[in-house]
Ligand binder design. Structure first.
Ligand code: SF4
Ligand code: SF4
Ligand code: SF4
Length: 188
């Protein structure tokens, strides 16, 4: 089986925003239209600033959950898990814009696009096209700090599998039972 997943190494990230800008450029043609739900730009990566004693950022995006509640609640089958890749995708031909999936996602990883009257999330169509041609998502490609990776968890020789084997990492909101496939590396 193939189970594609993302890795974000918080200990290496320099918070440059290149991944966010590249997602906006590749998947939204560098659009400057707003993303009102996130109060953010049109991109599938959300930046969360934690102003605690030790300020830090989290970069959050769709976790491509093994047990995705967005798929469970979708009344039309528009949200689905692609069994050939393990990625959670949206079939826009079936979407009726009800937003159940937006509400159901515990990560708030979806935003609603009033232009197409449908939800958006990682992975965008340009990145899906890149994957189908054996390339990496743009956010992984542009990261200057090697803080991102993407690949098959079921291949022990994939870059992501090797990095996870050599790292300490967490998965977000594991208690929700979603089995996320977005790994946050916190150190070696
Ligand atoms: S992170 Fe949210 S949108 Fe992505 S698969 Fe999980 S529940 Fe669905
Ligand atoms: S907005 Fe579209 S993808 Fe989301 S639950 Fe409704 S029909 Fe499914
Ligand atoms: S491009 Fe890499 S270093 Fe820059 S914000 Fe994104 S993950 Fe962090």
């Amino acid at each position: 089986m193939t189970r594609l997943a993302f890795l974000w190494d918080q200990s290496k990230c320099v918070s440059c925003g290149a991944c966010i800008a590249s997602c906006n450029a590749a998947n939204y043609s560098s659009s400057t239209l707003p993303n009102p739900l996130w109060n953010w730009i049109r991109t599938n990566i959300k930046r969360i600033e934690l102003n605690s004693e030790r300020p830090m950022i989290y970069l959050l995006q769709c976790q491509h959950c093994e047990r995705p509640p967005c798929v469970t609640v979708c009344p039309t089958g528009a949200s689905y898990k692609d069994t050939s890749t393990g990625l959670v995708k949206i079939n826009y031909d079936l979407c009726i814009g009800c937003r159940y999936c937006v509400v159901a996602c515990p990560y708030q990883a979806r935003w609603f696009d009033g232009v197409i009257w449908a939800p958006r999330k990682c992975m965008g169509e340009e990145c899906q096209d890149r994957i189908s041609r054996g390339m990496r998502p743009v956010c992984v490609e542009v990261c200057p700090a090697n803080a991102r990776d993407f690949g098959d968890l079921d291949d022990p020789n994939s870059s992501i599998s090797k990095r996870l084997a050599a790292s300490r990492y967490i998965k977000l909101l594991e208690n929700m039972g979603t089995e996320p496939k977005y790994f946050v590396v916190v150190g070696p």
